[in-house]
Design a protein around this ligand. Sequence first.
Ligand code: DHE
Length: 588
Amino acid sequence: MGHRLKTARRALLSSAALALMLAGGSAWAQAKEDPQEAHATTPGDQYQPSMTTLAEIQVEIPGRKEGDPVMTQEEFQLGTKIYFERCAGCHGVLRKGATGKPLTTDITRENGYDYLHSFITYGSPAGMPNWGTSGELTDETIDLMARYLLLEPPAPPEFGMPEMRDSWKLVVAPEDRPTKKMNDIDIENLMSVTLRDSGEIALIDGNTYEIRSVLKTGYAVHISRISASGRYLFVIGRDARVNMIDLWMEEPGTVAEIKIGMEARSVETSKMEGWEDKYAIAGAYWPPQYVIMDGDTLEPKKIVSTRGNIYDEQTYHPEPRVAAILASHYRPEFIVNVKETGKILLVDYTDLKNLKTTEIEAERFLHDGGLDSTHRYFITAANARNKLVVIDTKEGKLVAITDTEGLTPHPGRGANFVHPDFGPVWATSHLGDESVALIGTDPEGHADKAWKIVDTFEALGGGSLFIKTHPNSDNLYVDATLNPDAETSASVAVFKISDLKEGEEPEYTTLPIGEWAGVAEGQPRVVQPEFNKQGTEVWFSVWNAKDKESAIVVVDDKTLELKKVIKDPRLITPTGKFNVLNTQKDIY
Ligand code: DHE
């Protein structure tokens, strides 16, 4: 069955892309011969990092060379902004290439202005968006960008210990904090909700649905994680600002704050027994580094650059970004995904002066991932390579690298459940197609299934970002957030776990979450299922534009009926939701 589905799914690619892949040709070379080939951008092409904070830095035109195109300082500044927002995610901040090709001046000058202009306008089957024909960029902007790429790129500043210490604010010192919980909130059932475009989080009571507070955080705030004790909430913005929030205070609020770089996506805290709440860690996209901080104050202790060689080619990469970071439950270690070099680092935090790191050769373009139900194995997606990498966090080594049979796996932290035929599995959905893949996670009880894709079946459609279940639930929820079809992107597929059968394509129920939200204007997308602490309700964000009404929809997990719609003018662009207990204990 896996093979049949896989064949059907590949047909989702444009025929041009397929032809190219089968021919094994270089997309760059092909597009050069035929740059005007019609091409439409897929959700996977669009879902690329946008360096929004870097886009704001002031730059100067680097020293002019003979033959440089004419460009004013204002145009160069605008070109830099557009480049960091739209292009750097794939081509790299320094234009040395990542999932996209390098755009250094030796290459761009060889190809010339006309070629660059066409390439930006029409895109390429290999994944370059069709910025012009899609209407995203005007012809004037494309002209500017084609000229911009013929000039040397500006290098954004580093962000080391002096800058970090300057940004560090200890708002309430540990000795001035409460010694016991001072509020009546059921902290374990709080939901920390990302309000992406307002740079805030909302703390919503999971029992009463009441918004307990809205707190200012970093710009385009991204994720929340909870300390091992469940007391502290850590939030990171795309501007690399980390907020540490004390949930014991009468009014939960920020007790410490720091900026750990210019662009960042991940934060985590130490969870090993004996090391609970001792350290926090955050990873940056720019500069490429991670920093270990004191778990009580966020005082920066150790900054480690991730610049280095790509695991297989062993060539130097100047800006390997830090993607997901997880805390090990089996060793005093942080698990750090380094995207472009394809390395997973196990960073031992017991002795920061004599730092020991296990460097695992994994796969390039590591992104997100989570633990299996025993918390021993870390399963993560090398998404642009369609692979899952499995690490044994107890032994500290690579266990397997497995093709998911789908396109661009995007698990979030994934979903763990016991399949009626295959035993314990972990699931991921995909950005590039409608498939859900299950990987066996029980090497003791089901050795023949372990770390193999045991089944793959279809959900609503491509553009899925997150998948979720809970140990108390018999349902597996799969979103389709980035699906181009408005109705699909506003719905969720639900599979009954006990009905799943080997060799049978399972049926699913479609929940019209967007419709249930009753949002009158805009085209909201439904994103990220998250359970309450009891595992009886599942919450979805109905993510609309910044100036339009958004909502959170709560569904009863047993009946699959609508339980509550949470609406409030303060709920601006809600996306991720992090239940304190589930996040603290890695229950998913
Ligand atoms: Fe995320 C997790 C990076 C866009 C919502 N996102 C992650 C992680 C990474 C990442 C590396 C894993 C963190 C960890 O576990 O330590 N995200 C990126 C990007 O680079 C990307 C593609 C583009 C960008 O410029 O940032 C991106 N992410 C988004 C969004 O547009 C989403 C949908 C809405 C938003 O709020 O920004 C989004 N990302 C999330 C969420 C998680 C996440 C909700 C955590 C999921 C979980 O269950 O743990």
